[in-house]
Write a protein that binds this ligand. Sequence first.
Ligand code: NAP
Length: 261
Amino acid sequence: MMGRLSEKVAIVTGGTSGLGAGISARFAAEGACVVVTGRNAERGEAVVAALREAGGEGCFVACDLGDEDSIQALMESTLSKYGRLTTLVTSGAATATNTGEREISITNLDNDILERSVSTNVYGLLWTFKHAIPHLVKAASPDQGVSTSIVTIATAGTRNGTPGMPSYWATKAPVEVMTRSLAREFGGAGVRVNCVSSGLILTESERGAITPEFERFVESINCVPYFGQPEDIAAACLYLCSDEARYVSGATLCVDGGASI
Ligand SMILES: NC(=O)c1ccc[n+]([C@@H]2O[C@H](COP(=O)([O-])OP(=O)(O)OC[C@H]3O[C@@H](n4cnc5c(N)ncnc54)[C@H](OP(=O)(O)O)[C@@H]3O)[C@@H](O)[C@H]2O)c1
């Protein structure tokens, strides 16, 4: 089924790679105008070129999540290009892979990685909410049952933790409680807020980073005998951002092959 997001204008943070690139492509294929963001213009423009080639609409807007002015400018560019904001997906993050934090014990905590993780995953996430929500409220019509929505991307691993990624776990764990808090605060104004809690997904960068031992570990805890792909996360985000989910808010949809049950 195509067109499940027609009339939507979506910002996808972290749209320049990995899960965000997959979400951007699927949203555009379903009729949304997609604002792909991140710092890397080359990768961002490539994501936009691909979604346009497939018949979708989108643009790249550079944005550094560690800089509040840059986030504010992202909202202004979106409004000036598409006139409104109906949908936000927060996939952008400093991850254990893109910071190189894999297998760094708390006893060797790297302060540069910690600062980058806090500034992107905590400050950046909260600033994104702060500057996007007024526009999402404006585009909603709760009296007519028309909602706008946010989907946050959390990490299923925060339920159990693993050794060796202290900055990542400490800065990704707040995502789920922020999702529920915002769902309570803005539901009455017509903004639904949900979370997709992702298990290990074989993005290009993850594929290069995981060791055979870690691969075997994930296989041993997954309920299904295969790894997730970016399309699996995109499909969950699509449902939550579509009008089919108009009565779903404050939910966390765990897409992890059953690893965390
Ligand atoms: N892949 C997995 O197995 C997995 C599992 C669980 C949860 N997740 C979550 O899924 C999300 C995406 O992860 P991924 O695997 O797709 O990682 P990724 O390929 O490294 O993508 C991370 C994205 O975040 C953006 N980003 C990082 N720092 C930024 C900053 N300061 N300002 C603006 N953008 C920034 C990057 O854009 P630029 O480089 O262009 O700035 C990139 O688009 C993250 O929230 C992660 O925690 C992933």
